[in-house]
Each structure stands twice: as C-alpha cells, then as structure tokens.
Design a protein around this ligand. Structure first.
Ligand SMILES: [Zn+2]
Length: 328
C-alpha cells in the first residue's frame, strides 16, 4: 500500500447513500450524500450511485486515481461472489450481483462488505477505538448493529456477517421485534425502540415537556428535552442504557473485551446512556474491574463506514485477506 493510494467507498442504507473518496489514512477527501428512495426500482438507484461514484473519482487529484471500490450494505451477503442476497429494509434488493455491476460500471475491483463491519473497522482504526485490540462497536439506528474486533482483526465469522447484538433477547415477553421474536435488545435500545418507549409514555398521559405529536417524536428531540430535565426522555434513556449495559456485560464477560464504542444515528444520546451502562457493568462484570473497560462515543459518525471500507480494501484488519473482486 502506498500513501498516495486513493479508494472509493460507499455506505448504502435504506434511506440514504453516503459515498466518499478516501485516502490510505482514512481521510475523506470528498463526499456525496443522496437518498436511496426505496420506492424506486434498484436499477435506477444503482444508476444514481454510479453517477455519484464517477463524479467522486473525477475529483481525485491529478495522478492519484482511485483504484478500487468498497461497498457497505445492510443485509445478507455472499461476500466471496460479491452478491447481495437480500436487504430487509430495501424492498426489491435481492440477488443483486453488486461487485459485478459496479466492477463493470467503474472498471475497478470491488469489495462488498457488511455495513456495520465497515463502520466498526473505521472507528477502530481511525476513531474512538484506536489502539484497542478487543472491542465491540455498537450502532444505534433503525436496529442495533454490532461489529466485533478480536485480537486486532475484524471478526465476521463464516458468513461475512456482523455481530447480531440487536437480537440478543432481554425479556421473553417483551415487545415484538422486526425479527419476529420478542424482547430483543433493539426493541428497547435502537432509535426505533427509544421512540416507541417515548410514544408509549406520551400515550399513557404521563408528564413530559414534549409538545409535538407522539408519532413524530425523534431521538434528537428527546436528547434536547433531556437537557431540560424531561422525565419521559430521561426514563427512556435510562431503560435503553440499562438494556445495553446488560448485553455489553455479557459480551465483555464472554470475550474479555477492553471496550465498546457506541455510534449510529442515536449516538447523540450517549451522555444519557453511559451512566446506566456503567452502573450495570459495575454490577455484572466478572472478568475485569468495571473501571478497566472503556465505553466510548463514536468519533467519526457517518464517515466511519467510508474510512473502514477503504481500509478493508487493503486487507487491513482482516482474518483472511482476500483481494477485491475484479470485473469479469
Ligand atoms: Zn430481534
């Protein structure tokens, strides 16, 4: 790897796509942000993506063209074939040969990666997780995602998947989860779960400073209200923090991790979640002193999967480095 190398990276979500031109130290030289518009057919969205990627490639400084592309996607992948098998939040996106399509369109090798894993590698190499050998990166968004770094390598198991921390059950009779089971962590601690808890509080007529419609409540509004001492927001964050603490304590005990980085769209609630995570760790941690593990807020935010995707193109942090797929 050369310090002058440049990479293209794209993070595909159900709502938005982020793409960037990234250097070999994870710095984003230029970026694009555009809607996925999940109501449109995938072929139209893919044409948009290619147009944005080509524009980004054209912004590379003279003599420093981007040579490969990383694509982070939610869902079930066949990574060896560069195939998206399906993406639960993206209707119509099943059996899409992503590496093949983008490899031909961009005329460069492509690496298809789980989006949460790319996020985790970005935070570990360039963000809040720098210097830790064993950590979990947790994203609080529509669901709760997890990316695991073990002994300075991304752990993605035999199925190129992220760690499904969001579906660890906390209560067998809890709220119904998108996975079809009940009481999963993400029914409480995802942005969706926190909004649900807040809505239920409001609909029950309990006191709150919130004046909008219950179905328009956002985690950002709850963070703002929590600053003013809003009872609803503080109680929801307490519940979410305790749920995260219970699952993190089990994972720390199981794997001997040094820390967790909390990111994703609802990471703005970090200051309210952390004390409760810490309190539960103090009760439940067996393998280390509670003060000996780190609970950190994401530093890169939505740049994390771009920086991480670019790093993965070089094989950094991989258990079994494999060259990106070249167009056939
Ligand atoms: Zn679930």
């Amino acid at each position: 790897m050369d310090d002058n190398d440049l990479f293209l990276a794209m993070d595909v979500g159900g709502t938005n796509v982020k793409a960037g031109l990234v250097d070999s130290r994870g710095r984003i030289l230029s970026r694009r942000h555009f809607p996925t518009s999940s109501s449109r057919p995938p072929v139209e969205v893919i044409n948009d993506m290619v147009a944005h990627l080509k524009a980004l490639a054209a912004e590379a400084p003279a003599g420093r063209g981007a040579a490969s592309l990383a694509i982070g996607m939610p869902g079930w992948l066949n990574q060896a074939e560069g195939l998206l098998i399906n993406a639960p939040n993206m209707p119509g996106w099943s059996n899409v040969p992503m590496a093949d399509i983008f490899g031909r369109a961009m005329n460069m090798p492509v690496r298809l990666e789980n989006d949460t894993n790319a996020y985790a590698v970005g935070e570990w190499l360039y963000g809040a997780g720098r210097g830790l050998a064993n950590l979990i990166v947790v994203t609080l968004g529509t669901g709760v995602g997890g990316g695991l770094i073990l002994e300075k390598k991304l752990w993605s198991g035999s199925f190129a998947s992220a760690v499904e921390i969001g579906h660890i059950p906390l209560a067998l009779d809890g709220a119904l989860c998108g996975c079809g089971r009940r009481g999963c962590l993400e029914t409480i601690a995802s942005a969706t779960g926190m909004r649900r808890l807040g809505r239920e509080w409001l609909l029950a007529g309990k006191p709150s400073l919130y004046e909008g419609r219950p179905d328009e409540l956002t985690t950002k509004a709850m963070v703002d209200l929590a600053r003013d001492g809003d009872e609803m927001s503080l109680q929801v964050f307490k519940e979410a923090g305790r749920a995260l603490g219970r699952v993190l304590a089990d994972i720390f005990n199981l794997l001997g991790l040094e820390g967790a980085v909390i990111g994703g769209g609802a990471a703005g609630a970090f200051e309210y979640l952390e004390p409760d995570i810490r309190e539960i760790l103090a009760e439940r941690l067996i393998v280390a002193e509670p003060e000996g593990v780190k609970i950190l807020r994401s530093q890169l935010g939505e740049d994390a999967p771009l920086a991480g995707g670019a790093a993965l193109l070089t094989g950094r942090g991989l258990q079994r480095p494999r060259a990106p797929l070249s167009p056939k």
